[in-house]
Design a protein around this ligand. Structure first.
Ligand SMILES: Nc1ncnc2c1ncn2[C@@H]1O[C@H](COP(=O)(O)OP(=O)(O)O)[C@@H](O)[C@H]1O
Ligand SMILES: [Mg+2]
Length: 276
């Protein structure tokens, strides 16, 4: 009897140790991946900033040389380069700050239509090319959903900006179109961003949510979709992508209408994970 009891006790202890060990290993590997992404981040940021500083130097040289020759056209050209570079550095730093910040989500009940309209207006204002048509396809009965509107706003802007980039970079068609669609089903609000720009090959499709993955050279940071994906996950939602090279891409973003309830249910059934 005693031997049996001992054996049961031992088994229990062993299971506890194993579980503990598993947890430790998991924590260690999370820490490791955090550190290596930090290392990657510093490398990539330094590289990006170096490129932008070279551009800035070029602009400053033009301004100086314009002043000494009293050539106002050259001064203006140089100044435009300086402004462009400063704007890019600002964007990059803001993106990084966004990624680095630990945040608690600020849940609000938001009207889907006016929210989508605000997002659309920002994008429309930024489309400078006359050859891109921006089309809204909004379901008037979409109602409300519960989100952190600042976060979802940036997530959608990132995706829409990529669509604009894809149209600008695609030289194979004369006219381009971006369709921004909003619909609602029983549980979710579904956004769709459809463009007929460059499209993506398989490698890009597989890597597009990876931190710092970009095919845009110094013009890209590779932060946009990484951040968008993170935000949408924090809302209990999902992003799907379909795309063909040369034809265009479609991003479908689903967000539960009652996100905070949904997340609460999930955290009650699953062990609590810190949201990063
Ligand atoms: N609509 C799109 N059409 C074509 N390629 C896209 C689209 N959206 C994203 N991509 C690809 O995914 C990459 C990562 O996007 P993102 O994370 O926003 O970084 P960035 O825009 O700074 O390059 C882009 O460089 C591009 O190759
Ligand atoms: Mg982007």
């Amino acid at each position: 009897m005693k031997r049996a009891c001992d054996k049961i006790h031992m088994r229990k202890k062993l299971r506890e140790y194993t579980e503990n060990l598993e947890r430790l290993i998991k924590e260690k590997s999370e820490l490791q991946s955090h550190l290596s992404s930090l290392g990657l981040m510093i490398g990539s940021v330094s590289h990006g900033i170096k490129g932008l500083l070279t551009g800035l130097d070029g602009g400053m040289y033009q301004v100086e040389s314009g002043f000494s020759k009293e050539n106002s056209l050259q001064i203006e050209e140089g100044w435009n380069i300086v402004k462009l570079m400063v704007e890019r550095i600002r964007k990059m730093v803001l993106d990084i700050l966004y990624y680095a910040k630990e945040r608690n989500l600020n849940w609000e009940n938001v009207d889907v239509l006016s929210f989508a309209e605000e997002v659309a207006m920002v994008v429309e204002r930024n489309i400078s090319s006359g050859n891109i048509e921006f089309i809204r396809d909004f379901d008037a009965s979409a109602g409300k959903f519960e989100i952190d509107s600042g976060c979802i706003h940036s997530a959608l802007i990132n995706i829409l900006e990529n669509a604009v980039d894809a149209c600008i970079r695609d030289k194979s068609k004369e006219r381009h179109q971006i369709i921004f669609k909003v619909a609602s089903d029983e549980k979710n609000i579904n956004f769709e961003v459809c463009d007929n720009g460059t499209g993506m090959d398989m490698e890009t499709r597989e890597k597009l949510f990876t931190l710092f993955f970009s095919t845009k050279g110094t013009r890209g940071t590779g932060l946009g979709l990484f951040i968008s994906n993170k935000i949408i996950q924090q809302h209990g939602g999902s992003i799907k992508v379909s795309s063909l090279p040369g034809q265009g891409s479609k991003f479908t973003i689903s967000i539960p209408k009652k996100t905070s309830e949904f997340l609460k249910e999930r955290s009650e059934t699953e062990p609590q994970k810190p949201v990063k």
